[in-house]
Design a protein. Structure first.
Length: 187
């Protein structure tokens, strides 16, 4: 059964980047992270990817060699002028400006029976959680303290979201926790 799965890596103190917007300490070895069973499973079960414009911009418009070879839906108010690099018969980038619900609907249609993987950013994941559009949440905890930056759950005290832990995987010096989102919907 198709699911919308939102995932993000954060520091133990809850930041998804440091004060300068840098994420490198969270991903010290991307090749090793790509070998994790949870990442391999996500790649195999994903039929479409959803991301925000800032997440797309982190790749500088170049998705050559991107692990998810699926349609990628980018939520943005304004599509960039230059054509994204790395597109092929499987990986197509589609910019969606009609809101988060339309982006999810389009990604679900493109994914067929497979999952929609939400890879960021913070604003997109928060919007999806607010609207009750996330079925599973996967948090990767990197063993670092960033001491500041951007938090994924800055407004969590207002959430009312109920999570049920499904799985914990400790490998490659990090811990990934998968949750089923079973209630709530307000951040």
């Amino acid at each position: 059964m198709q699911k919308v799965v939102a995932g993000m890596t954060m520091s133990v103190d809850g930041y998804v980047n440091d004060r300068n917007g840098d994420t490198s300490r969270l991903y010290p070895n991307l090749d090793k992270i790509r070998e994790l069973s949870i990442v391999k499973e996500a790649i195999e079960t994903t039929g479409a990817v959803l991301m925000g414009r800032r997440s797309y911009e982190m790749a500088n418009g170049d998705l050559t060699g991107y692990e998810f070879q699926t349609p990628i839906f980018v939520c943005t108010h304004h599509a960039p002028e230059r054509v994204p690099k790395g597109q092929n018969e499987n990986l197509k980038v589609i910019f969606i400006g009609e809101g988060i619900e339309m982006a999810v609907a389009r990604a679900r249609d493109a994914a067929g029976p497979k999952n929609v993987q939400v890879v960021g950013g913070v604003d997109v994941i928060q919007q999806l959680l607010q609207k009750g559009l996330v079925d599973e949440l996967v948090i990767g905890l990197a063993p670092v303290l960033l001491g500041g930056g951007l938090r994924l759950f800055d407004r969590a005290e207002d959430a009312g979201i109920v999570l049920e832990q499904i799985e914990v995987i400790a490998a490659q010096g990090r811990t990934d926790v998968r949750f089923r989102v079973i209630g709530g919907g307000r951040l």
